[in-house]
Design a protein around this ligand. Structure first.
Ligand code: DGL
Length: 268
């Protein structure tokens, strides 16, 4: 069994998973975190399932070699296409994913009748949210919309400007004819637009669900259950596959803290 001081591994295709890392830092400030952002190969959401699976397994391998005590799949696209394979590879190391967390949060926080999901093309095509929501609540109507332009905008740091606003307006039009109880941000890049999404949404009563908080809470419960809570860590180590400086700038802006050097790793 892993020891309590081992880090938690968190990964995504790029900066999106930082929304999860930030929530974990808040919920579990004494944990060390190793983050991997696959900046050389982002975006994942327009790639085939086989390719995403291969990338995800390479990253899982990297994190396991770093000795992590738990893995958080901070990417919906990976959760939709490779969760089973990652769990199998991780063996005894627990693996949590954002889709299970997001579906659960939508159920807990909303009237659970009409639920909108926005995500990458891959996540929407996989219908993973539809299955996860139906498993918890068979009566829910799930309306999905792929928003492929949002990941490049987020990676560019364009999260509050007019281009972001207009792009979101165009995508969220889809939901005008509904009175959604909840809108799940089914891509970890999308919470970066959290400020403007509620302003654009047609119905003001729609609860916007960000699975980051939900997965952070589940992580805390899981570590407690396994008696693996760390009492005195708090380090945050970042690895990317390309453009470390750019990543560092965006990450520091989003996390509101200075980072140690961001290291570059070539996994393929
Ligand atoms: N942030 C990821 C997700 O949650 C991946 C986005 C992408 O690389 O297309 O789906």
């Amino acid at each position: 069994m892993k020891n309590k001081t081992a880090p938690i591994g968190i990964f995504d295709s790029g900066i999106g998973g930082l929304t999860v890392a930030k929530a974990v830092m808040k919920a579990l400030p004494n944990e060390d975190i190793i983050y991997f952002g696959d900046t050389a190969r982002v975006p994942y959401g327009i790639k085939s399932e086989e390719t995403v699976r291969r990338y995800a397994l390479e990253i899982t391998d990297f994190l396991l070699k770093k000795g992590v005590k738990m893995i958080l799949i901070a990417c919906n696209t990976v959760s939709a296409s490779a969760k089973g394979e990652i769990i199998a590879k991780a063996g005894k190391v627990p693996v949590l994913d954002v889709i299970t967390a997001g579906a659960r949060a939508a159920f807990d926080q909303s009237g659970h009748k009409q639920i909108g999901v926005i995500g990458t093309l891959a996540t929407v095509h996989s219908r993973a949210y539809v299955s996860a929501i139906n498993e918890i609540n068979g009566g829910a109507e799930v309306i999905q919309k792929a928003c492929p332009m949002l990941v490049p905008l987020a990676e560019e740091g364009w999260i509050e400007n007019e281009v972001a606003r207009q792009t979101l307006q165009e995508y969220l039009k889809e939901f005008e004819e509904y009175d959604l109880d909840a809108l799940i941000l089914g891509c970890t890049h999308y919470p970066l637009f959290k400020e403007i999404i509620p302003q654009i949404l047609h119905s003001q009563r729609t609860v916007v669900i960000d699975s980051a908080e939900s997965i952070a809470e589940t992580s805390s419960g899981k570590l407690q259950e396994l008696n693996l809570l760390n009492k005195g860590g708090g380090k945050f180590d970042c690895y990317v596959s390309d453009r470390p400086q750019r990543f560092q700038e965006l990450a520091e802006r989003f996390l509101g803290r200075k980072l140690q050097d961001v290291s570059v790793i070539n996994l393929s």
